[in-house]
Design a protein around this ligand. Structure first.
Ligand code: FES
Ligand code: FES
Length: 161
């Protein structure tokens, strides 16, 4: 099996590694680098649990090869909070609104929400709520019935409950 040298940053930390061409970014993040906050479930691009940011874009790490991330800046859920432990606003909103139960889907949900809120910064409440709600169509949560996630979205969008 062919191996390739890759160099990337994850949450601002530089990593150099050799990976097999077939290794997914999700496997690489978890098994080689130890960023186990990224969850792998369906590994078919359906559930969204594995979502990470690659150069700022939310991407399925199960469908992205590690070699495709060569030279990229990757952000995982471990990189959302500030160094002092202050939660990212999307993490705080999910926490405030019981937007998680088992938490398996939550890293992917939080990464997507972080990308969407950043991309729609300055949008009005309705547009932000719509963008976040649309983005959640790419995430499967088996626990919450999505109601807590929807409350978190309204908090992020500044919509009164
Ligand atoms: S594990 Fe990647 S979308 Fe489900
Ligand atoms: S909180 Fe359990 S799958 Fe979403």
């Amino acid at each position: 099996m062919s191996e390739h040298r890759i160099e990337l940053t994850v949450n601002g930390n530089r990593h150099i590694a050799r990976v097999e061409a077939r290794t997914s970014l999700g496997e690489f993040l978890r098994d080689t680098l130890g960023y186990t906050g990224t969850h792998l479930a369906c590994e078919h691009g359906v559930c969204g649990a594995c979502t990470v940011m690659v150069d700022g874009d939310a991407m399925r790490s199960c469908l992205t090869l590690a070699v495709q991330a060569d030279g990229a800046a990757v952000t995982t859920v471990e990189g959302l909070a500030q160094a002092d432990g202050t939660l990212h606003p999307v993490q705080q909103a999910l926490r405030d609104n019981f937007g998680l139960q088992c938490g398996f889907c939550t890293p992917g949900v939080a990464i997507t929400m972080a990308a969407v809120t950043r991309d729609n910064e300055g949008a009005d409440s309705g547009a932000m709520e719509e963008a976040l709600t649309q983005a959640m169509s790419g995430h499967i949560c088996r626990c919450t019935g999505y109601q807590g996630i929807r409350r978190a979205i309204r908090q992020l969008a500044g919509v009164s409950a």
